[in-house]
Ligand binder design. Sequence first.
Ligand SMILES: Nc1ncnc2c1ncn2[C@@H]1O[C@H](COP(=O)(O)OP(=O)(O)O)[C@@H](O)[C@H]1O
Ligand SMILES: [Mg+2]
Length: 285
Amino acid sequence: MAKARKNRVICVANQKGGVAKTTTAAYLGAAFARLNKYVLMVDSDPQSNLTYSMELDEAAQEKAIENNLATIYESGQDADSCTLRVRDNLSLIPASADLVMTELTLDSSPNAISSEPERILRNSLAPLRSRYDYTIIDCPPSQGMLTLNALVAADFLIIPSLASVISLTGLERMIEQLHEIVHGDMALNADLKLLGVLLTRFRRDRNAELEIEAKLRSAPEEFFVFKTVIPDRSQFGLLGELKAQTGRHLTELSMVSYSLLPYLTLAMEIEKILTPTKFPAANKQ
Ligand SMILES: Nc1ncnc2c1ncn2[C@@H]1O[C@H](COP(=O)(O)OP(=O)(O)O)[C@@H](O)[C@H]1O
Ligand SMILES: [Mg+2]
């Protein structure tokens, strides 16, 4: 019998752009894969940056044109047939620019594809998720239906944020949206939990950033901030062209490389946080 997988779905979201959502989804996925976990990445941003970051071969790129997250939303295609194998234990449901239309046309009213438009992603991932330890969903920089679907599909939320005053407002709005999804009238996903706020592009040589970090860490528990902080490092700028520029695919980086190492630390912190005693398995469907 196949080994039981951890079956955890994590959504990486923040309506602000440029806070390292995609970088976090890509590197955290690669880090879990390096720790021998089975990982499914879902690119839910029409910009398709996560898909590009996987530097797919030509055959996979062609398949992604016909079979991607937009075809799941638009024609009810099953998620399995949209899943590309990047490495043995790392797979991807790619995005497509067609998701722009999905975001514009999908609203909360029942349609031909689904009577529950907020649950399309959750329902389509349901038959797949138990095959993976971690499903990681990368969200667009908006609070529209794509992000809502990701939050409804997920068990856990990671909010990447810069340690800047402007970013804190984005963080607050994200926490509000989380609250609405868990406790709102529609209780769209009562099981969704904030896994943590992740400080990214962090510079210890800037007092202002250290002050914001200290302020966040002293906030109430709903603002839990990961102990792991992702430093500001130019290597992250190579995402999407790592193989082309350095000859090494994201999944082939050294365990001690400046970019992979902080995300390996984060992956291990998450494994520790998610011990069964702290988060007993919820009813998964
Ligand atoms: N830790 C980091 N250090 C330096 N640059 C980073 C880091 N993380 C991400 N970046 C850069 O910041 C920009 C935005 O990151 P991205 O992951 O695309 O953000 P988002 O998905 O939130 O819009 C990209 O150019 C990326 O290379
Ligand atoms: Mg992005």
